[in-house]
Design a protein around this ligand. Structure first.
Ligand code: SF4
Length: 394
């Protein structure tokens, strides 16, 4: 498996596969072939939801001042992945795929991916390593990554906190025509109102939700977020971490360990299945984020690794079948609320694991495999095309 640096990326929302990936593709093509005019053909999900996800905007921005002509093929998919693009300068052409979380691959070229730095390929092997060495998930990360990984994780955590702060300070209407009102600030400010939150657990849930809304509204605005594992699902993990820090006063050092543990889960899913909504539906995005957040929360609460596995398994299992059907191709409905629900579900999964981990029947690896197979079986209307579900019936 690759370094966790490939999982946590800082970049513009609203969708890593529709903004960060295409931006990276445009940057790569521009460096290879200089021209004052380009054409870009977008296929599959990139064409179906590219307008709402700002794909054309981000490519134009990257190729500026060159002119860009777009062609849209929402009902056609290229060979390797539903998010395909063909870049051309009139003489040269490249088929590039945005495969999730901002990663790209170029057909006919060797992968530019960095080396695998983790020899283990699934959770079972990682758990065995941890048990054998009497280590925890974050120790596993620090064992294989280079010395600067903690510094990297601190930067990631600081970016997440900044995004939360920015999201909590804004109000107004999100762009795109749905007239969705930003609600993070209102949610956060309402916490003091005892007439609304009559019991403490409701107040705690609302606090965590306000953090998820803050990040997701920043993401929906095209502002800077951290992919965790994607932009669309970027609100779940920071909300759980910030909620836990507010409640228990965890230091940033401890939070960074939890971020490392969460990355292991994201990496296992990315390596063995998919983190792309266009490939496997929202279960691959918010489902993965929920499972990552369960690993983080379990690490903060000092769960043994067997219990962390159960919590992550519960978190992913109960997102199985979750479709991706963003209304108008915007990452707003159902995405913003879904991030809040994903965060709360991660905490619930950890609570349930207190009892259930003693005789859990389903391994984490099995549920990852099931998520991928479910995604492959999913009708394409429910895989980030905005042609089914809420996007159709809204
Ligand atoms: S429904 Fe889920 S996967 Fe689809 S755009 Fe929204 S957050 Fe991303």
């Amino acid at each position: 498996m690759k370094s966790i640096r490939r999982l946590y990326k800082v970049g513009p929302g609203p969708s890593s596969s529709h903004t960060i990936g295409p931006r990276n593709a445009a940057k790569m093509f521009k460096q290879k072939y200089k021209s004052d005019k380009y054409s870009v053909a977008l296929y599959g999900s990139l064409a179906a939801t590219g307008k709402g996800h700002l794909t054309d905007h981000i490519i134009e921005k990257e190729l500026h001042p060159s002119k860009v002509e777009f062609a849209w093929f929402p009902n056609e998919e290229l060979e390797i992945h539903p998010n395909g693009m063909i870049f051309s300068d009139g003489l040269n052409e490249l088929e590039i795929y945005s495969i999730g979380g901002g990663e790209i691959i170029v057909q006919g070229f060797p992968s530019t991916d960095s080396e695998d730095i983790y020899p283990q390929v699934d959770f079972r092997e990682i758990k065995n390593w941890c048990l054998l060495n009497e280590k925890q998930l974050h120790d596993y990360v620090y064992n294989y990554e280079d010395d600067s990984i903690k510094k990297f994780l601190f930067e990631i955590w600081n970016t997440m906190k900044n995004t939360i702060d920015k999201g909590l300070s804004k109000s107004g209407i999100l762009y795109g025509g749905l007239d969705v009102r930003k609600r993070a600030k209102e949610l956060f400010e309402s916490l003091e109102n005892e007439n609304i939150f009559k019991i403490e657990s409701a107040r705690e849930n609302a606090l965590v939700s306000s953090f998820a809304f803050a990040v997701s509204e920043e993401n929906a605005s095209g502002n800077t977020v951290v992919t965790a594992p994607t932009c669309g699902a970027s609100g779940v993990l920071p909300a759980v971490l910030k909620g836990a820090q507010s409640k228990y006063n965890f230091s940033d050092d401890v939070i960074v360990d939890a971020l490392a543990a969460a990355a292991v889960i994201g990496n296992v899913i990315k390596h063995n299945a998919s983190i792309s909504g266009a490939e496997a539906g929202c279960q691959a995005e918010v489902g993965t984020a929920c499972s990552m957040a369960a690993a983080a929360y379990g690490t903060l609460l000092n769960f043994p690794i067997e219990q962390i596995e159960t919590a992550c398994e519960i978190a992913l299992e109960h997102n199985l079948g979750l479709t991706c059907d963003p209304v108008l191709g915007l990452v707003q409905i159902p995405c913003i609320e879904r991030n809040a629900v994903g965060a709360l579900r991660a905490v619930d999964a950890c609570d349930l694991s207190n009892i259930l981990h003693r005789d859990n029947k389903v391994s984490f690896d099995k549920v990852v495999q099931t998520m991928y197979e479910t995604g492959k079986d999913m009708n394409r209307n429910y895989r980030e095309t905005s042609q089914g579900g809420l996007a159709k019936n809204y």
